[in-house]
Design a protein around this ligand. Structure first.
Ligand code: SF4
Length: 282
């Protein structure tokens, strides 16, 4: 008997790109067997997930209250680290603790975050022309009119001209791998889709479009994502359609039909051993 998967409660902008690639992979990862597999030593993201959560937690503190010096940064880091390590132990992932030794690039990421954070000023919330209408500040949940598409934007702020900007912090690589030497850097498609969905969600929730969408790397570099209102409105409709298709397949017991087995896609998939279509076709 195959793995039992559940319908999606909501679809978030951060998972949209992955669901587009292989909906079945995301469903398997949420199943009891999938979660147990990801928790096994050597099978998870090697501490990248908890480290990313720590980084986002420190960024949120920096935006909310400000972090003015190295001592305050250390305090904020330690608080987040302690909470993440306790959570890993609780989830039987002791093999990832201590993160300082287990998580890849721990020291480099912490150092880069310190440089970034010491230049961040606390955000002013709901000010000026957007008062009371737009969720401003870090970690803002945005939801569409149906309640099916929902996610948390890392930061919504007003730029110097008062224009709205949505920022998303990335703790890893933000450009696609290019096969060609000297090829121009191209932002990963799943990240550009994620930010365009946030723009559409902000418009549906607050009736306003942002003027800029920015991906921020750990060196503090801000990379602008192009978008048009029409493109974002089409995209959120596509996301709603995908949500319906996925849940319709799950509800009639045909979730495995959502698998997209291929050599290139499945090579890095950690759900291979649970995936019948992969075993049959690849
Ligand atoms: S093995 Fe391939 S088809 Fe199966 S879930 Fe993973 S990516 Fe999808």
């Amino acid at each position: 008997m195959g793995v039992v998967v559940q319908e999606l409660a909501t679809l978030s902008p951060s998972q949209y790109g992955r669901i587009l690639r292989c909906p079945y992979q995301v469903l398997l990862e949420k199943s009891v067997e999938g979660r147990a597999a990801l928790a096994a030593p050597g099978m998870g993201a090697g501490g990248a997930g908890p480290l990313g959560t720590i980084i986002h937690g420190v960024l949120e503190t920096a935006h909310r209250t400000g972090i003015n010096d190295s001592a305050a940064f250390e305090l904020a880091w330690k608080r987040q680290l302690k909470a993440q390590e306790a959570s890993l132990v609780k989830r039987n992932q002791q093999h990832l603790v201590p993160l300082a030794y287990r998580a890849k690039n721990y020291a480099v990421r912490k150092l880069m975050l310190r440089w970034l954070v010491l230049g961040i000023q606390p955000e002013q919330h709901t000010i000026g022309q957007h008062e009371g209408r737009v969720p401003l500040g870090p970690e803002q949940r945005l939801t569409d009119i149906t309640g099916r598409i929902s996610g948390i934007a890392d930061l919504i702020r007003q730029g110097s001209s008062g224009a709205l900007e949505i920022l998303d912090y990335k703790t890893g690589r933000i450009f696609s791998e290019s096969g060609r030497e000297n090829a121009p850097d191209i932002l990963k498609e799943e990240y550009t889709l994620q930010l365009r969905l946030y723009a559409a969600l902000l418009h549906e929730q607050a009736g306003m479009w942002p003027e800029r969408l920015l991906l921020v790397d750990l060196a503090g570099g801000e990379h602008q994502v192009s978008f048009s209102h029409e493109q974002c409105a089409d995209l959120i409709q596509d996301a709603r359609n995908l949500y319906q298709q996925v849940n319709a397949a799950v509800s009639v017991g045909r979730a495995a039909d959502l698998a997209r087995p291929s050599l290139s896609l499945c090579a890095a998939c950690r759900m291979q051993h649970l995936c019948e279509p992969y075993k049959e076709k690849v």
